[in-house]
Write a protein that binds this ligand. Structure first.
Ligand code: BGC
Length: 836
């Protein structure tokens, strides 16, 4: 099924690339260190190397025909919008993810796109991360397996992918500079694990490094992350590209494992590279090694472009519908679903006619079609009488009692009511985090009012991340439809009517309240820093260890049929545990169950801290009524290993393990024990510190966190003196000059991005947040050469009250710029000629 040829990707082009690089001048090489424009890698006309296009991703193609931006302002060419990653993850279906990958790859080929920028695979540390809708799960195994399947699908078409954002990018606030402070065990076992799986199983052509810092170092110059872990340990053969505008120190990036800076930055950093090589700061051989990878990518991309072929959009829409059907999770159902034939159905909620189907930002797709649930229901039930009330305004949903009253009256005059509710588009976006877990008050009140007026009420939710449900007991059924993509409307109707059987399972815990989330006290952090004090206690790893109540547990999802688990047997064969059991469909409908295998260490020594249980294998299995299947899942022993930060290695604790097989982390049906003997066990008694659970709200003190880190907790970062990574928000706090400077920059930025006063409110909010948290250095990178680092240094001197220094810099910069403009004329000219 998987085309291995395509997966050999960049490696197959390395010799050809090396031959080309050997013929290039220093300036030609430096030019290839950054993009040609917003979406293209640069080429080298003299040597016949053409520029190639890369573009977003992840759940559909966002190819901007004119005007590039990284937040979805300019419209893209039509493409199939699949469900976003939260929904795709709820399918737990690796075959489906591969199929979607193939479809995405076909669309890339049709549009001359060499690399799709996705999938996003950051861990859902906290339900409020603004981009959770774009990420898969709170669990690294599930994340990694899903990402690998999607990557293999895309790359089977000879199109590259960019797994992102590497690494520890789990929030939007301050994403361009925040320092994530994480202990190494947590890094390895939670935040890097998914990437490791995807790299080892799929060799993505590229990895996109995140904007943020990890333990004090920007990801784009993180030698340990990019060279040691990604390349040396995992064997990554592709190229590391920056997130758009993530470059901090470009020259340091060359030796630290960063290959390509995106987007173009007016040649500013290319000139720095030339200078560094010329003055001996950077070895040309290091630059060559890096450029060879960039050239290899361009060569692979040229092959993609040469194969241009049309796409079957109808077939892709049908696939999007199947994906949306599998993405939806039936959270509760007292038997009202599937709906019995009803004469009068009340459809409540503006989302029924104006679907909420994707998130805002760089992943925003311009769909080829858009199904709405109301039309799909009307088409499926031509005989039924449908009445409709909007209940709220789709975009903002301000409180409006009249709309609620009208909806309740409409609902009472029917046999059954279906309420479509959730999070409006203004609540979930790239660029900012959600401020609370609540749905708009208008949606909550609407549900309560309709449930009071109509005893047969079903709620269908559209949202990309968990929400609080104060009304959870009131409706007869709740279907979590996530952000279902362009065919989500018809998929929901298929499920409500029983044409399809729900099979989605939550890939994340739905907590009862935000304050229950283990990371909550340290999300999104303060003083430019976010401390991951909760360590491994992410999602169910915490809730199941603490035995805390949740709204819906990890892995939960109901079906219209029932499944029986039976005959568990576990044996260690060579380097794996073989877990066999039988699954039977004991109901009357065809349906699919996701069998989840958790592992619990039984005789754990108190000195080694670990969560109560962890997901180690899973399988989705579709069965006809009464059909029984014998499943055999292998758990490689290395999956049971834990990372010992003291010795800096993985190790397998010998002893007894309990294997738990079930339908969710809280619905374990079978257990068995096995004793492991390990050659990789530690010789001395091992001690690994971690947070202990104690009665009351979860928190981790300085002493424990320092023990986890193996050093004292880094102090909060002072705001002053200002520096290249100070944000515009911070600078704007600094007196008259700071305020004026920020205002000027924001006005210019707004004008460049085409944000007018009457702009779409989500875009306006996203813009404001992005502008506020933009570091000073980005002004040089994003201004296309209008502002340079020397000018920014002067600004900093003024902001820091060092006026004489500012004057000296002004004089020096005038004479320097005269010399430099001569030196860099070739680089500039080349960039201009190439259309930048
Ligand atoms: C996002 C990336 C995206 C890139 C290009 C950035 O703002 O973080 O996920 O691929 O823009 O649009």
């Amino acid at each position: 099924m998987i085309d291995v040829r395509a997966n050999s990707g960049l490696r197959s082009k390395h010799n050809e690339a090396a031959t080309l690089v050997a013929q290039m001048t220093l300036e030609e090489k430096a030019r290839l260190a950054s993009g040609r424009d917003f979406w293209h890698l640069d080429g080298c006309e003299r040597l016949g190397l053409a520029p190639v296009m890369v573009t977003d991703g992840p759940h559909g193609l966002r190819k901007q025909a004119t005007g590039g931006d990284h937040v979805g302002l300019n419209r893209a060419v039509p493409a199939t919008c699949f469900p976003t990653a939260s929904g795709l993850a709820a399918t737990w279906d690796l075959g489906l993810l591969h199929e979607i990958g193939v479809a995405l790859g076909e669309q890339c080929v049709a549009e001359d796109v060499a690399v799709l920028l996705g999938p996003g695979m950051n861990i859902k540390r906290h339900p409020l991360c603004g981009r959770n809708f774009e990420y898969f799960s709170e669990d690294p195994l599930l994340t990694g397996e899903l990402a690998a399947a999607l990557v293999n699908g895309v790359q089977s078409q000879g199109v590259g992918t960019s797994i992102k954002h590497f690494a520890v990018n789990n929030q939007e606030l301050g994403r361009m500079y925040v320092d994530a402070i994480v202990d190494e065990r947590t890094l390895r076992e939670i935040y890097l694990r998914g990437f490791e799986i995807a790299v080892k199983k799929a060799q993505p052509w590229t990895v996109m490094c995140a904007y943020n810092r990890v333990n004090g170092v920007y990801c784009g110059e993180h030698d340990w992350l990019l060279n040691r872990v990604l390349r040396d340990e995992w064997g990554f053969e592709g190229l590391v590209v920056t997130d758009w505008g993530a470059t901090n120190d470009r020259v340091a990036g060359v030796t630290s494992g960063l290959d390509l800076e995106m987007p173009a930055s007016g040649g500013i950093n290319d000139r720095r590279i030339v200078r560094a090589v010329t003055n001996g700061e950077l070895a040309e051989s290091d630059l060559d090694r890096m450029i060879e990878r960039n050239v290899a990518l361009a060569l692979c991309g040229a092959d993609t472009v040469a194969r241009r072929a049309p796409v079957d959009h109808d077939a892709h829409h049908a696939l999007a519908r199947r994906a949306a059907t599998q993405s939806a999770v039936l959270l509760t159902n007292d038997g009202v679903l599937p709906l019995a034939p009803a004469a009068r159905i009340s459809v409540i909620g503006a989302f029924a006619k104006t679907p909420r189907y994707q998130g805002t930002g760089s992943s925003q797709v311009n769909p080829t079609r858009l199904d709405c649930a109301f039309d799909a229901l009307a088409a499926a039930l031509p005989e039924a009488e449908l009445n409709y009330a909007p209940g709220y305004e789709a975009e903002f949903s301000p409180e409006d009692a009249a709309l609620i009253n009208a909806a309740a009256t409409t609902a009472s005059d029917a046999d059954v009511a279906i309420v479509f509710a959730g999070l409006p588009v203004t609540f979930e976006s790239e660029g900012f985090d959600r401020s609370h877990m609540d749905m708009p008050a208008q949606h909550n009140r609407l549900i309560e009012a309709v449930c009071a007026a109509q005893p047969n009420t079903v709620v269908v939710l559209a949202n990309g991340a968990p929400v609080a449900m104060p009304w959870v007991e009131q409706p007869r059924a709740i279907l979590e439809a996530y952000l279902g993509g362009q065919a989500g409307g018809s998929a929901v109707v298929d499920l409500l009517l029983g044409v399809a059987n729900p099979s989605g399972k939550l890939a994340e815990t739905f907590p009862l309240a935000q304050s229950d989330v283990p990371a909550d006290k340290h999300f999104p952090g303060a003083n430019r820093q976010v401390q991951y004090r909760e360590g491994l206690y992410v999602g169910y790893r915490y809730f199941d260890t603490a035995g805390a109540d949740v709204l819906f547990p990890f892995g939960h999802g109901l079906s219209y049929t029932t499944f029986e688990f039976d005959a568990l047997d576990v044996a260690q064969i060579d380097d794996a545990l073989q877990v066999s059991f039988a699954l039977r469909n004991a109901g009357a409908r065809v349906g699919a169950e996701v069998a989840q295998v958790f592992v619990h260490k039984v005789d754990d020594e108190a000195r080694v801290w670990r969560p109560q249980q962890e997901l180690k294998a899973f399988a989705r299995c579709e069965l006809a009524p009464d059909e029984r299947e014998d499943l055999r899942l292998a758990i490689p022993l290395e999956r049971l290993a834990i990372f010992d930060p003291g010795q800096s290695c993985w190790m397998l604790q010998p002893g007894e393990y309990e294997i738990r097989v079930g339908a969710s982390s809280r619905d374990i049906r079978l257990t068995a024990r096995v004793t492991l003997h390990s050659e990789h066990a530690p010789s001395a008694a091992l001690t690994i510190p971690g947070p202990r659970l104690a009665p009351g709200a979860f928190d981790v003190g300085d002493e424990t966190f320092a023990a986890m880190l193996g050093k004292s907790v880094p102090p909060p970062e002072p705001e002053r003196p200002y520096h290249m990574n100070s944000s515009l928000l911070e600078i704007g706090n600094q007196g008259w000059f700071g305020r004026r400077f920020k205002a000027r920059v924001v006005t210019e930025f707004r004008r460049n991005m085409g944000i007018s006063d009457g702009a779409d409110p989500t875009l306006a909010r996203m813009f404001e947040e992005i502008a506020n948290h933009m570091p000073l250095r980005s002004l040089a990178l994003f201004s296309g050469g209008k502002m340079n680092f020397e000018q920014l240094e002067m600004v900093l001197s003024v902001l820091n009250g060092r006026y004489l220094r500012a004057l000296r810099q002004a004089f020096a910069s005038r004479s320097e710029s005269r010399g430099e403009s001569r030196d860099s004329a070739r680089v500039d000219r080349d960039k201009r000629e190439s259309g930048e």
